[in-house]
Design a protein around this ligand. Structure first.
Ligand SMILES: [Zn+2]
Length: 199
């Protein structure tokens, strides 16, 4: 019997959310869902596979193709157009899409809880990480006929606090990958690299 689906990107936040969920839930009651949506930093999906494997959590990778070519820097816009602020990496409607895929997974396996790793800095930089957006998304699921709670346990936490929590739960940063530019080793300059380093 499944209790929760955790959206697992391979990055620090969602991995911490997964470890947190495992405090109260056995691995056999969790499913981790990762999504390949054409992001440049696809290496993060490889990290998500290792994370789920390490924690003995069932893992599903879903692939979607976003239409058009102007979906933001994460999906490969030319470098010269790249806005290196967090907003330059915003993929419109991404979280709505991820929530829909997560809810679909919940519905299929009978889970009633969908866990996202949104944190305080995400909610300041990305409109679809804000508590109001999450609340309305949950209402939309309910109006669709499914009682699925969307849990964002990190939403009040800064990146530095998430990092501390990650270590307190037995994880470490080198088990995660977040670089928006998809560089190996990580670039150290993009908002994701800067955020996780606590600068
Ligand atoms: Zn980076």
């Amino acid at each position: 019997m499944y209790k929760s689906v955790v959206l697992l990107s391979g990055g620090m936040d969602s991995y911490t959310a997964l470890l947190l969920e495992l405090r109260d839930t056995p691995p056999s009651s969790l499913l981790a869902l990762s999504v390949n949506y054409g992001q440049k930093h696809l290496v993060e999906v490889e990290f998500s596979k290792e994370q789920a494997s390490r924690l003995v959590v069932r893992h599903v990778v879903s692939s979607v193709v976003l239409p058009g070519e102007n979906n933001g820097a994460l999906l490969g816009q030319p470098r010269r157009e790249l806005d290196e602020s967090a907003s330059g990496f915003f993929v419109p409607f991404r979280n709505l899409l991820l929530i829909t895929l997560g809810a679909s997974m919940c519905q299929q396996i009978g889970a009633r809880r969908l866990v996202l790793g949104c944190n305080l800095e995400d909610s300041q930089g990305f409109p679809d990480c804000k508590p109001a957006f999450i609340r309305y998304a949950e209402l939309s699921l309910r109006e669709s006929g499914y009682q699925i709670e969307i849990a964002t346990p990190l939403v009040g936490m800064r990146k530095s606090e998430v990092r501390d929590l990650l270590y307190s739960l037995g994880g470490s940063l080198d088990q995660t990958y977040s670089c928006y530019l998809g560089m190996v080793p990580p670039c150290g300059r993009c908002p994701a690299c800067i955020g996780r380093s606590g600068q």
